[in-house]
Structure formats: structure tokens, C-alpha cells
Design a protein around this ligand. Structure first.
Ligand SMILES: Nc1ncnc2c1ncn2[C@@H]1O[C@H](COP(=O)(O)OP(=O)(O)OP(=O)(O)O)[C@@H](O)[C@H]1O
Ligand SMILES: [Mg+2]
Length: 231
């Protein structure tokens, strides 16, 4: 479904992504892991077109995305939930959700049923301002907004950061449901190992801007965790 190869990216003179290479199978759930500052967010933004890359390929559903604007990448079927949520605090929940609709190519002007089914709490808060929601509700809103385009693939950057354990577990339920029931392909950056093991069936580990290990989640061993993940 997604195939990244030879991807290089720089901030000024600093070489941040180094020949990044990985692939994600259709309907799988992959967790991208790695310590702080290794380049996880930079990689996701490069896939979405929010950052310019110097070289490489980003193929999604057999189509080359590199060089295409963000809007077209989203329209090709990728939903993106940025780190830190980035919802619009002054706009209502409904307005935040509707933001994704014009990206759709099919002219649908209604919020898809699935979004409000997955997050019933949002359905009761459509007129509230985004900024008045709790952290967990804002995260649900950010995920809901990405789902409005009914993407084939959902990319999430640390969706559980700073949230209470019960909310973390609810977000886990949503990802599992999207992946197993809706067959949505998922790429999620996550530092919590327990969460990662629960939702993902594949893992990729980054270090210093490169993918240094990957495989089935069930094969991720303590040695790798110690070497690449624990602080
Ligand atoms: N706008 C920027 N300009 C210059 N350097 C940046 C910028 N954004 C990030 N960096 C640097 O690029 C490197 C990778 O950052 P990135 O945010 O991709 O890491 P990350 O793996 O997502 O970290 P975290 O786990 O803390 O979210 C870091 O060294 C960071 O300091
Ligand atoms: Mg990050």
C-alpha cells in the first residue's frame, strides 16, 4: 500500500532523514517507534507533503506522491493526525470535522456516520468550541477530522501523548476497530510499548533518521527494546 525508498530530508544543513526505506502492507497496522528526536514526525510530514524532501520515492497505492501537494496526497486516501492534535480551538466540533470534507473528491457534504459512531461523545458536542474539549476529546476530534475523508490509510503521530490511561485504551479500541473491522491500513507513531503491542501487527524502529529494524510485532524482543527504545 505504502512504499518509501531512498528518502532524504534536510533542515538547512542538518541531514534528518537518511535513505529511509520501508513498506506497509494493505490492511496492516504498523507502529513506528524510536526515541525522541530520531525523525519520526519528520518522516510522517514528508509522507504527507508538509515538508520538502531532497530525494527518494513515496509510492501510495502504486502512485508516486513525492512532488504532489498535501491536498492531493490526502485526496488519494491518506488521513493524517498530527502530533499535538492541532485542532482549531475557536471553531466548533462540527466545523473542525467539516474541514476535511472539501478534500474529498466525491462532493459528499455530510460527516460520515462512522465518525460519530466511533466517537459518540463528539456527536453530543457538535456545537462546542474545540478549545473547550478535554485533551482526550480533542484527540478524538483530531482523529475524527482525519476520518472524514474516509481514508484508505490513517497516519497518526503519538495519538496517546499526555492522555489518561482510560482514554489511551479507548483510542486503542478505535484503532483496533478501524484496522480489523474496516480493514483500514494504519501507521502510528507510538512510544508506549504496551499500546503498540496491542494495536499493531508490524513495527519499524528509527534511529538517527534511518529505519534500523522492522518486522512482525510478535518478534520484537527485549534486546531491541533496550537497544533502541528505552531511555
Ligand atoms: N523545523 C525544524 N527545524 C530544524 N530542525 C528541526 C525542526 N523540526 C525538527 N527538527 C530536528 O529534527 C530532528 C527530528 O525531529 P522529529 O520531530 O522528526 O523527531 P521525533 O522522532 O518526531 O521526536 P519526538 O519523539 O520528540 O516527537 C530533531 O533533531 C529535531 O530537533
Ligand atoms: Mg515527533
Amino acid at each position: 500500500m505504502l512504499e518509501v525508498s531512498g528518502l532524504n530530508q534536510f533542515y538547512g544543513e542538518s541531514h534528518i532523514l537518511r535513505d529511509v526505506e520501508f513498506r506497509i502492507a494493505d490492511a496492516s497496522c504498523t507502529c513506528l517507534m524510536g526515541r525522541n528526536g530520531v525523525g519520526k514526525t519528520t518522516l510522517l510530514k514528508s509522507i504527507m507533503g508538509l515538508l520538502r524532501t531532497r530525494s527518494g520515492q513515496i509510492r501510495f497505492a502504486s502512485r508516486e506522491l513525492r512532488g504532489e501537494p498535501v491536498r492531493l496526497r490526502a485526496r488519494s486516501g491518506i488521513g493524517y493526525v498530527p502530533q499535538g492534535r492541532d485542532i482549531f480551538p475557536q471553531m466548533t466540533v462540527e466545523e473542525n470535522l467539516r474541514l476535511g470534507l472539501p478534500v474529498r473528491g466525491d462532493g459528499l457534504r455530510e460527516i460520515p456516520e462512522l465518525v460519530l459512531t466511533l466517537f459518540p461523545v463528539l456527536a453530543t458536542m457538535l456545537r462546542r468550541r474545540g478549545g473547550d474539549l478535554s485533551g482526550g476529546q480533542q484527540q478524538q476530534l483530531a482523529i475524527g477530522r482525519a476520518l472524514v475523508i474516509q481514508p484508505r490509510m490513517l497516519i497518526l503521530d503519538e495519538p496517546t501523548e499526555g492522555l489518561q490511561p482510560n482514554v489511551v485504551s479507548e483510542i486503542g479500541d478505535v484503532l483496533v476497530r478501524l484496522n480489523r473491522e474496516e480493514q483500514m491500513t494504519i501507521l502510528v507513531v507510538e512510544q508506549k510499548l504496551r499500546f503498540a503491542r496491542r494495536v499493531a501487527d508490524e513495527y519499524c524502529i528509527m534511529e538517527k533518521g534511518a529505519i534500523v529494524a522492522s518486522g512482525a510485532m510478535s518478534s520484537l524482543d527485549d534486546e531491541q527494546v533496550k537497544q533502541y527504545l528505552t531511555v
